[in-house]
Write a protein that binds this ligand. Structure first.
Ligand code: PHE
Length: 465
């Protein structure tokens, strides 16, 4: 009885929340979740650090094969079961492996939002500084490092960003957020195009363009594959239960293959634009200095201010840029947090208010530790990483591969490739069915095992990260 009630509630909820009027609404919603800090902040710094063109090539190959197959699988499983991950796994079995498979997918977004909010806080800080007209000081060497290591300042900005996210969650204005994101996405693209062209035409920038676009096998390392795969999960919002949930909201008339393609193209286009904004600037403003290329999470905050400081209307451009990045970050953070909240509601039976409180508490706790990890807590390193880097590594390089593996096993061993194909074929022909089967059966497991092995080997110092 309870189970039925629960299932009924979930179904109803699926209906009530299914704001996707059809294909376009769905694609926009997924794209809105996919495009975020991952594209603008994370992708360029990984590409700079892990080999430039060879990273890009690895990323593209993985996205078109492995990523494609996983998006189709998660969406189809969500639509088939009409459940978020825990429920979706649960419909196939009640034993421990099913529970673990569902929960690992559900827990990942809960661990990502906190540190995502810390980066969001950095964005708010930069927006604030541009509004104050500090364009020149933001571009000074060492500004960013001073900022994050300055005791509690990063914490304050993180709290502000977290507050925005939690407030929106409480207000439940997802609709509004989505409407805003429809206006702001095209704006973001236009501005990114402009900044990319400006950055690429600076003296010396072409070497950066070449570094980013032309694969050089000398720069290849195992970490290129590990980083590219983690980034693919992150950027496309896969292996974290999001697409199960979104899939559960769509009707049988949405062409899963075509919408997957559109989301991939859009997401990758934005990431590449961000790469073209940031990497050429590293070469133009610091001559491709390896230290800057390896700057990691701080890269965007170091190079973009230099670009703006060097051009006319730099302050205006800075305000607009960080405002748009902030909006993209807020919408993504909300979809991450929303997924946590709905898991608490569905699986722990908590009210929406309590679930939101719980999510807020998690953000506060883990996020604060991450924010302070560059300041008062900078003596704490986990496996040789700062706390924020550690959470990023834990989720992207360890948990997501396991979550993806769980989905692969669910598809190939439990549900069966046939059933997934039938689900996809309800709305359209499944053009890449054969390839899909091959990806899920062989390619994906092999990739996952490589990434897991490399992540662990990296931590143990067997390979350099
Ligand atoms: N894909 C988002 C980004 O690139 C992050 C994200 C993941 C958002 C999962 C929502 C859900 O920033």
């Amino acid at each position: 009885m309870r189970k039925e009630e629960h299932a009924g509630a979930a179904l109803q909820k699926g209906k009530a929340r299914s704001s996707f009027s059809g294909k376009l609404g769905y694609v926009l919603a997924v794209a809105g979740s996919a495009v975020g800090l991952g594209n603008i902040w994370r992708f360029p710094y990984l590409a700079a650090k892990y080999g430039g063109g060879i990273f890009l090539l690895t990323y593209l190959v993985l996205m078109l094969t492995f990523g494609y197959a996983l998006i189709v699988s998660e969406t189809a499983l969500g639509r088939m079961t009409k459940r978020s991950p825990v429920g979706a796994f649960g419909t196939f079995g009640k034993s421990l492996p099913f529970r673990l498979g569902g929960w690992i997918n559900a827990v990942i977004p809960m661990l990502i939002v906190p540190y995502y909010s810390v980066i969001g806080g950095w964005v708010v800080k930069y927006l604030f500084e541009y509004l104050r007209g500090s364009t020149a000081s933001l571009a000074e060497d060492g500004y960013f490092t001073n900022f994050i290591s300055n005791g509690f300042e990063a914490e304050i900005w993180f709290l502000l960003f977290g507050l925005i996210v939690v407030t929106v969650l409480f207000a439940g204005v997802r609709q509004g957020v989505e409407r805003v994101s429809k206006i702001m996405m095209p704006l973001l693209v236009a501005l990114a195009l402009f900044v990319a062209v400006y950055s690429m035409t600076r003296p010396g920038a072409l070497r950066g363009v070449a570094y980013f676009l032309i694969p050089n096998f000398k720069n290849f390392s195992w970490m290129t594959v590990v980083a590219a795969m983690g980034q693919m999960f992150y950027s496309l919002s896969i292996a974290m239960g999001i697409l199960y949930t979104y899939g559960s909201y769509i009707k049988k008339d949405v062409d899963i293959e075509a919408s997957t393609k559109q989301v991939e193209v859009f997401d990758t286009a934005i990431a590449m634009l961000a790469g073209l904004m940031i990497i050429p600037a590293v070469f133009a403003f610091s001559g491709g200095d390896p230290d800057t290329l390896n700057a990691g999470p701080s890269l965007m905050f170091i190079t973009i201010p230099k670009v703006f400081a060097s051009m006319g209307f730099g302050t205006g451009a800075g305000i607009l840029f960080f405002l748009l990045v902030l909006l993209a970050a807020v919408t993504s953070a909300i979809s991450l947090a929303e997924s946590g909240v709905s898991t608490f509601e569905d699986e722990l039976g908590l009210s929406r208010r309590k679930s939101t409180f719980l999510m807020g508490a998690l953000i506060l706790l883990i996020g604060s530790v991450c924010a302070l990890g560059f300041g008062v807590l900078d003596f704490v390193t986990l496996l040789g990483m700062s706390i924020l880097d550690f959470f990023d590594f834990l989720t992207n390089s360890l948990m997501m591969p396991v979550a993806a593996l769980a989905t692969c096993i669910l598809v190939t061993r439990v549900a069966g490739l046939k059933k997934i194909a039938q689900e996809v074929e309800q709305s359209s022909a499944f053009h890449r069915k054969k390839m899909y089967g091959f990806f899920m059966r062989y390619l994906a497991p092999v990739c996952i095992i490589i990434i897991l092995f490399s992540s662990i080997a990296g931590v143990l110092g067997w390979i350099t990260m």
